[in-house]
Ligand binder design. Structure first.
Ligand code: C2O
Ligand code: CU
Ligand code: CU
Length: 505
């Protein structure tokens, strides 16, 4: 396999998305240089390289990931020790097509165990990469599955029990894009790194020496004062095509973002967590809680420089006014400046119809479950790796009622499925929650009903997870696990030695 030089490796720039850094063994430092722009330290947004893959004679697509430590110039002029996949921070963008078989070798060159979870992916539980699929230090893990879900922007990140926040915040996260035939034939921006650009949005704090500051968690986890996009702070993106599709991921630990532009321009929301919406929705803001994704299409006229901005969260995220600021709800940040450098607008209209979503029929649900979120618990229990919270039956449809009984913000994520939001506090969900979702924000006091369906995969041994995706909450045990079984199948859950009773900070 490729040995990655653990020096300051950052990715290539937008103009060369397939560029240098990944797997390059020259040891060259390719950290961005200042271009002497008006902002001084502003640097071009790095574009995560597409992960190389090989296809074997059986048509199986093979990828290699290696988690390791490195050093990254996140803030211009400052070196920070970071973790990354196949590089010093974040990871390459994995891309595969619906119907393809994929296999991975995932090497862990860190000096502690980790896991790699494919967030949003429908796949067998034993390849899900949750806390039961530990990759020991120096170890290797080889998951394989068939991609079978609509075109979407998923992501991958570690999920070691009690340490997810630390592993993700040090830099382990990457995008996993799924393509399908319907979407490939759509007339929407789709040239990776040119008019189809992923933006992993994270917030960080640094110590005086430039290390990540992992001290002083708030009730929502570690909050940063510096926005980091695709691994660097203060980034800009040249928009040469007039219209650009941004695939936005909230890869933060506990911060919500309320994204839009200072001139309140409208832009089109075209996809949520699990794929394209049926039609574009014109919006002025899109809010993302940790783990959520949105794809937007923005028009950037030549010569203009609108800055994608995170505004204070509407209604303070529903938390008490006195708490909102402490949870970062009133913060405003520049995320990335878009610079219209083209000479023309390459397209004016998006297709009216984007996708057909195969809807889950909630009246077919045979099982209803309730999940109460409070403190670090779901249904009054903290995560126990050796406790299966429920067993579900493959092929069945379920309706879940998720209630945030706290005065804390939480969200709710389920593995293996994309769910549908049936209602929010008894009302039809707003348009941006009518597509496929795997993570949904649950404001204090809210009650959200979800429809889910278990298909294909059953496993008597390995569970899937459901949890709050505020990473510190998850680490503190705000998580549960379930098995999906064949009718009549008997559970034989795996037992693990708990690495620690109480994950600490
Ligand atoms: Cu993105 Cu169980 O997590
Ligand atoms: Cu997940
Ligand atoms: Cu939470």
């Amino acid at each position: 396999m490729n040995r990655i030089s653990r020096r300051t490796i950052l990715w290539s720039f937008a103009a060369a998305p397939l560029g240098l850094a990944l797997g390059c063994s020259t040891g060259t430092t390719v950290g961005p240089k200042s271009r002497g722009t008006e902002a001084g330290t502003s640097r071009p947004l790095p574009i995560p390289p597409l992960a190389p893959s090989t296809v074997d004679s059986a048509g199986v697509r093979h990828f290699a990931l290696s988690a390791g430590a490195g050093t990254t110039e996140i803030v211009a002029g400052t070196l920070t020790e970071t973790w990354g996949f196949n590089g010093s921070v974040l990871g390459p963008t994995i891309r595969a097509k619906r119907g393809e078989s994929v296999t991975f070798t995932v090497d862990n060159t860190l000096d502690e165990p980790t896991t790699v979870h494919w967030h949003g992916m429908h796949l067998p539980a034993k390849f899900d990469g949750g806390p039961h699929q530990t990759i020991e230090a120096g170890g290797r893990w080889e998951p394989e599955w068939i991609i079978d879900q609509p075109a979407s922007t998923l992501w991958y990140h570690p999920h070691p029990h009690g340490s997810t926040e630390r592993h993700v915040m040090r830099g382990l996260a990457g995008l996993f894009l799924i393509d399908d035939a319907e979407t490939e034939s759509l007339d929407i921006p789709k040239t990776y790194g040119v008019d189809d650009v992923p933006i992993v949005i994270q917030d960080r704090r640094f110590t005086a020496t430039g290390a990540f500051d992992e001290s002083d968690p708030t009730d929502v986890g570690l909050l940063g004062d510096t926005i980091v996009t695709n691994g660097i702070s203060d980034a800009y993106l040249d928009v040469t095509t007039g219209t650009i599709r941004l695939r936005l991921l909230n890869g933060s630990s506990g911060r919500l973002y309320n994204l839009g532009f200072p001139d309140d321009r409208a832009f089109d929301l075209i996809a949520t967590d699990g794929g394209l919406l049926e039609s574009p929705i014109s919006v002025k803001r899109i809010q993302l809680s940790p783990g959520e994704r949105a794809e937007i299409v923005v028009r950037v006229d030549p010569g203009t420089t609108p800055t994608l901005t995170s505004f204070p969260i509407e209604d303070g995220g529903g938390v008490n006014r006195s708490d909102a600021a402490g949870y970062g709800m009133s913060d405003r940040f520049d995320i990335v400046q878009l610079r219209g450098t083209g000479t023309r607008i390459s397209r004016s209209e998006l297709p009216e119809k984007l996708a057909t979503i195969s809807r889950i029929d909630p009246t077919a649900a045979s099982v209803h479950r309730e999940f109460d979120l409070q403190w670090f618990m779901i249904n009054n229990q903290r995560m126990d790796m050796n406790r299966i919270d429920f067993e579900a039956e493959v092929g069945s449809t379920e309706v879940w009622t998720v209630t945030n009984k706290d005065n804390w913000p939480h969200n709710f994520h389920v593995h293996d499925v994309q769910f549908e939001v049936l209602d929010v506090d008894g009302r039809t969900p707003p348009p941006h929650l009518r597509g496929l979702k795997d993570t949904v924000y649950t404001p204090p006091g809210s009650r959200i009903r979800l429809a889910l369906k278990w298909s294909e995969y059953s496993d008597p041994t390995f569970p899937y997870m459901f949890h709050c995706h505020l990473l510190m909450h998850e680490d503190q045990g705000m998580m549960g696990q379930f098995l999906v079984l064949e009718p009549g199948q008997k559970a034989t859950p795996m037992q693990m030695d708990m690495p620690m009773d109480m994950p600490g900070h």
